[in-house]
Design a protein around this ligand. Structure first.
Ligand SMILES: [Zn+2]
Length: 121
């Protein structure tokens, strides 16, 4: 049998858990996102998704033109033969990627906070 006090304690814990959960969700949503360009294993460029800009990614294998506008990143031109990267849909959500295999270019969206965690460790 639960005593009345135990009931209150459980209630308080539930409320605390709910507050943390909502806070985390809010934080997660508002955490800034960044477009990150990798060439091979190397980070080539990184900037906020909120910027509107155009980037010519030049690698030893070829070039990709990346357009970032209204929070969406898209490859509009590439020197690769298959043009798969050009045909891929624009990305705007964390974890989405555009990959250009021939040029070894990976464009992805990451939370800025992910980088901070990496730096700490
Ligand atoms: Zn490509």
């Amino acid at each position: 049998m639960l005593k009345k006090q135990d009931g209150i304690l459980i209630l308080v814990l539930l409320v605390i858990a709910a507050v943390f959960f909502c806070g985390y969700r809010l934080w997660n949503r508002e955490s800034p996102e960044e477009v990150v360009v990798y060439v091979g294993e190397q980070e080539y460029a990184r900037f906020s998704v909120k910027e509107d800009r155009e980037l010519l990614i030049e690698t030893e294998n070829g070039t990709n033109r990346l357009i970032l506008k209204d929070g969406e990143a898209d490859v509009t031109e590439a020197s690769c033969p298959d043009k798969i990267c050009v045909h891929q849909s624009p990305i705007s959500e964390t974890g989405e990627t555009i990959v250009c295999m021939p040029n070894r270019v990976i464009i992805t969206i990451e939370k800025a906070s992910q980088r901070m965690n990496v730096n700490k460790s």
